[in-house]
Design a protein around this ligand. Sequence first.
Ligand code: ATP
Length: 361
Amino acid sequence: MARIDLVDLAHSYGGNDAAPESFALKPISMTWRQGGAYALLGPSGCGKTTLLNLISGIVTPSRGKILFDGTDITLRSTRERNIAQVFQFPVIYDTMTVGQNLAFPLKNRGVPKAEVDKRVAEIGRLLDLTADLKRKATRLTADAKQKISLGRGLVRSDVAAVLFDEPLTVIDPELKWQLRSKLKALHRELDLTMIYVTHDQTEALTFADTVVVMHDGRVVQSGTPAELFEKPAHTFVGYFIGSPGMNIIAAEVKGREARIDGHTIALSRGYDALPPGAKIEIGVRPEFVEVAAPTPGLLKAKIDRIDDLGRIRFARVRVGDVKFAARVPAGFAPSEGCVGLKFEPSNVHVYADSRLVEGAA
Ligand code: ATP
């Protein structure tokens, strides 16, 4: 396994002379630590697979460098990079047994038989495949195939990293959580650097220690699940992560106050140096806004509906034309019509042109 450094890495399928805005991957620089569990998360078309394929060597970058443990491997082939990859659609050799399928990447590299047998037995045990190792890999269900494919990705202990490209897409929803927790446990046991591409926030947040959120070819935030929830660095992260996503609304911000429709919301930090001319918004997660009786001093909103999620209820409201979600406190029965919104100042964030602004203490 290896530390991976991406240095001003960028890619355009239209060639290096294409307009910067059209690049599938806009320039990024970041370090992925050795032995880490990373998820690349974002909607379809945001550049996840492009970044994964640049790391694996399937695609050569238009610009920048990739280092593995400090060595520049940008122009090396996939094989030379020593990467294992698990794809969305597993390819299983059905003329072989399950065990032979698992052994394939090791035999391919001339690993001695005793070592192959030991490693196949270990991976078989970790994936609950021990009883199937001698079975022909025929007539398998999609999840059994993907389990073998995961095993093949994990069987080599000397790889720089294991890359997963949406590996659970074809798996039955009921079995997804089983494989997901298995993969997390495997990461703890095997001490491999793993990079997992997905558009599903639950998969990303349960698998990874660090989630790298991508939007429109850019990495907009890289952080722990708690950091992404508590302090989204970009309005897209706030909106994309969480259910319901973060409320975002245009506001005039000055000092420790935000004004919306002539109403003042207190902020816990000071914002006296906002960039002139920027689009200023505040963002607050529904968990940190509460509906209350419409008393003076609270921002007025109109209720559309209440979503009862069992442990928590969210009111879907409108502030003017802007849709908002807010927590309904236990025992509060909102009548039709107007409510007031109470904000927790320490969880109200300020954004300038969609990027988080750190206020002054
Ligand atoms: P998905 O989840 O749908 O695979 P993604 O986040 O992995 O999406 P990419 O596949 O990396 O996104 O695509 C990023 C952008 O690059 C998209 O606009 C896509 O159309 C474009 N793109 C991807 N592969 C190619 C290619 N081989 N040639 C030209 N354009 C491509």
